[in-house]
Every structure is written in structure tokens, then in C-alpha cells.
Ligand binder design. Structure first.
Ligand code: FES
Ligand SMILES: [Fe+2]
Length: 353
């Protein structure tokens, strides 16, 4: 897991005047919205005797611990200890860490790390958000898996005929045409072409099946965001899936996703759109939760030309590990296991650039 990034940890609408607990990279945080409308993030542990502040309540822009009523300002400073005699000074150490927050795209982004503001990798762009041409739905789901395996499944163009066979039904035609990977400082993107889905729920009623191809532009934004931009090659119909795959801990990922479509803008079509996303999740979950090792290794495995985008993602992870941004045990200790393909040949190296 990697520090020094903005993590979208909750939908803005879920953060209110009632404290909300969130867990990120094994640490507990509490979020709340003060009366000034600003979201506050603090470590969810009272400095007095360790109670969770998420069980407390908000007063103005402050939060009150539910155990003995200590009151904390938005910057984490304790400003009231009810059990003290009036006039007793508050100990200097009576403060809790608070963390930078941004709200964007209806999501609350929490920064955990030690980089000053101007050096932080930016929150990725989502220009379609808020554009009236795009109808939005949101959702969430949980994986018993490391987030890197989840991100990689969203970069993977060769699994669809197998994992999503109901949708694609193309197992005997599973070749992935060569594609280019574009790498930027904090992202890797590729546009892949595929045969159109045979069954696409509602879409099958409105999209002709004789199209030569549809395309998917797949992006990994470091370290945990998938953007999947599908172009159905029919009347400009497109669907964008933008997902924050939150590393809750080393074996749990909570995905908060936004789905945007520029066709069928009516509310009645939301159900179908959400069902397609959830069905796809359940199919992916079955294989992703079976993968060993749990964390994507930075060496080993056999990556082929069709895996070039995953290779690029691993390259970006490695760069972050080399910067010293790894936290926890997954990349804190470099992996030393290297597998071969069993016939003595080295894994095929694919260059990206
Ligand atoms: S544990 Fe929070 S006030 Fe005592
Ligand atoms: Fe998938």
C-alpha cells in the first residue's frame, strides 16, 4: 500500500454532521462535516483513552468524544476537557492528527502522507462529471483481495471472454490485438479494440450486432483508480466507469464507483446500468479473490503482450516503492519469488514507453 496519494474514501453525500468511520491502509479515520460545510478527517482514536470518535458527535466545527466528552477542533486540538476544574490548562499533547481533505466529483479525497501540498500527485481528472450530457449512477462493493489485484483486473483485456463469458461469449475468438500503452507520471492508459459484446442487457436492444468492433480505453490512475471508457461504436454511445478501489487493509478493498453514460439518460435505465456493473463485479470477484500471491508481485509471473498495461502499472508501483512510499508489509518487504513458465524459458519481457 502506498502513502502520499489522495484517496477517494467516501461519497460526499455520506459525510454529514454525524461522524463517519473510514478505514484506509489499516488505519481508522473519522470524517465529519462541520457547520461551515467543510469535511474534517482525523485519526479515529481519542488521545485520552483511545475511544473511537466516530461514536461521538459534532458541535459546530468540532467533534466531541463519546466517552468522557473531550472536544476537539477541526485541526485536532483538544479545547475542552469536561472533567477538569474550571481554569485547568489543557495539556499540549492533547491533540489528534487531522488530515488534508478535498471534495471532488462527489467524493471525499483524503491525503495520507508526508509530502507538502505542492508536491502531492494530483487528483485525476474526470471531465465528464457534472456534464449534463452524461447520466450518473454510483455504487460500491467489497473484495476480499488486495487492491492491486482489483486494479489490474480493470486493466485486463484478455479475461473478458472467460470471466465475463455471458456478456462476451467469445472464448473461441479471444485474441487481443496489439495495443500501445501511454505512460504519464501517475497513470498508464491503453485503448483496446474488441469484438462487440454479444449480450449487453438493454444495449442489445438498441445496438446492432454487426458492428466490426467496440473499444475500451483503460486507465490506471495511481495508485488505486480504474477508469474504463467504453465506446460501443454506435451513435457515439459511451460508458465511463471511474472507481476508487480503497485499500482498507492488505486483504480488503472497498470500491466506490461512479458510472457515467451518454445514452438512455432516463432514470428507468439506471437499474440496468447498475445491474451490468454489479454482475461484472461478481464475476471478477470469484477469480480475483483466488489469486496468489495476494499482492501483485513486482517481479515474477508471466506477463505477455496482452498484459502490457498491467506491466506498466507494476512499473508505476515500483517507482513509488523506490521513492519510499510503501506502507504496511506488502511492499515494505520486496518480493523475492520469481516464477518461470515451467519449460525453463524466461517470462516474455514486454517493453512499454
Ligand atoms: S476516551 Fe475520549 S474523552 Fe476519554
Ligand atoms: Fe472483469
Amino acid at each position: 500500500m502506498l502513502k502520499n496519494f489522495w484517496y477517494a474514501v467516501e461519497f460526499s453525500a455520506a459525510v454529514t454532521g454525524s461522524p463517519t468511520p473510514v478505514k484506509l491502509m489499516g488505519e481508522n479515520y473519522v470524517l465529519y462535516r462541520g457547520e461551515d460545510g467543510q469535511v474534517v478527517a482525523m485519526r479515529d482514536r481519542c488521545i485520552h483513552r483511545g475511544a473511537s470518535l466516530a461514536g461521538g458527535w459534532v458541535e459546530g466545527n468540532c467533534i466531541r468524544c463519546p466517552y468522557h466528552g473531550w472536544r476537539y477542533e477541526a485541526d485536532g486540538t483538544c479545547v475542552h476537557i469536561p472533567a477538569d476544574q474550571a481554569g485547568t490548562p489543557i495539556p499540549k499533547r492533547a491533540r489528534i492528527d487531522s488530515f488534508p481533505i478535498e471534495e471532488r466529483y462527489g467524493l471525499v479525497w483524503l491525503f495520507v502522507g508526508d509530502l507538502p501540498a505542492e508536491q502531492r500527485p494530483p487528483i485525476p481528472a474526470l471531465p465528464e462529471y457534472g456534464d449534463p450530457a452524461w447520466r450518473m449512477i454510483t455504487g460500491e462493493y467489497t473484495w476480499n483481495a488486495h487492491y492491486t489485484r482489483v486494479v489490474e483486473s480493470g486493466l485486463d483485456s484478455s479475461h473478458a471472454p472467460f470471466v465475463h463469458s455471458v456478456f462476451f461469449n467469445l472464448r473461441d475468438d479471444a485474441e487481443v490485438p496489439p495495443y500501445e500503452v501511454q505512460m504519464e507520471d501517475w497513470s498508464a492508459t491503453a485503448r483496446t479494440i474488441s469484438k462487440p459484446p454479444k449480450r449487453a442487457g438493454l444495449l442489445k436492444l438498441i445496438v446492432k450486432r454487426d458492428r466490426p468492433f467496440s473499444s475500451a480505453t483503460l486507465t490506471a490512475h495511481m495508485p488505486n483508480i480504474n477508469r474504463i471508457h467504453l465506446d460501443f461504436n454506435f451513435r457515439g454511445y459511451q460508458y465511463i466507469y471511474f472507481a476508487s478501489n480503497i485499500p482498507v487493509d492488505e486483504n480488503t478493498t472497498l470500491t466506490k464507483w461512479i458510472g457515467l453514460r451518454n445514452f438512455l439518460p432516463q432514470a428507468w435505465a439506471d437499474w440496468n446500468s447498475r445491474k451490468n456493473t454489479n454482475d461484472t463485479y461478481l464475476e471478477d470477484k470469484a477469480v480475483i479473490e483466488s489469486q496468489v500471491p495476494r499482492v501483485v508481485p513486482l517481479t515474477g509471473e508471466i506477463l505477455l503482450a496482452s498484459d502490457s498495461l498491467q506491466l506498466a502499472y507494476r512499473k508505476l508501483i515500483r517507482q513509488c516503492v523506490e521513492r519510499g512510499w510503501a506502507v504496511g508489509s506488502d511492499y515494505g518487504i520486496p518480493s523475492v519469488s520469481v516464477s518461470t513458465n515451467g519449460n525453463g524459458k524466461a517470462p516474455i519481457e514486454v517493453s512499454v514507453g
